[in-house]
Design a protein around this ligand. Structure first.
Ligand code: FES
Length: 111
């Protein structure tokens, strides 16, 4: 199992979930009710799946492709450690991964 922690945009709520190697981070987040839209379903055409990776984990991820970097330039509230969650597949090395939902992300629960 690969444990992933999702932090809310204000950092106050943590959700610990478990995925399996090969699971996609966007799908895992959506399956657990995280407010990630992922409008283009992984086609790198929307950037609504944007998450901010914990600084300790950022360097452990495979680097972003040029296309992903281009989309991140357009993402609302992007940081140096931003990534598109649809481009991240879980591996055993990512056990413990922590990511935060960006502040500008719309909350589908309307809270
Ligand atoms: S789902 Fe659209 S860029 Fe990731």
């Amino acid at each position: 199992m690969v444990k992933v922690t999702f932090l809310s945009s204000d950092g106050e709520t943590e959700q610990h979930v478990e995925g399996a190697p090969g699971d996609n981070l966007l799908r895992l987040g959506q399956a657990n009710g995280q407010p990630l839209e992922g409008t283009c379903e992984g086609q790198m055409a929307c950037s609504t799946c944007h998450v901010i990776i914990d600084a300790n984990w950022f360097d452990k991820l495979p680097p972003a492709s040029e296309e992903e970097e281009d989309m991140l330039d357009l993402a609302a509230g992007a940081r140096r450690t931003s990534r598109l969650s649809c481009q991240i597949d879980l591996t055993e090395q990512l056990d413990g991964l922590t990511v935060r939902i960006p502040g500008e992300s719309r909350n589908m629960q309307g809270v």
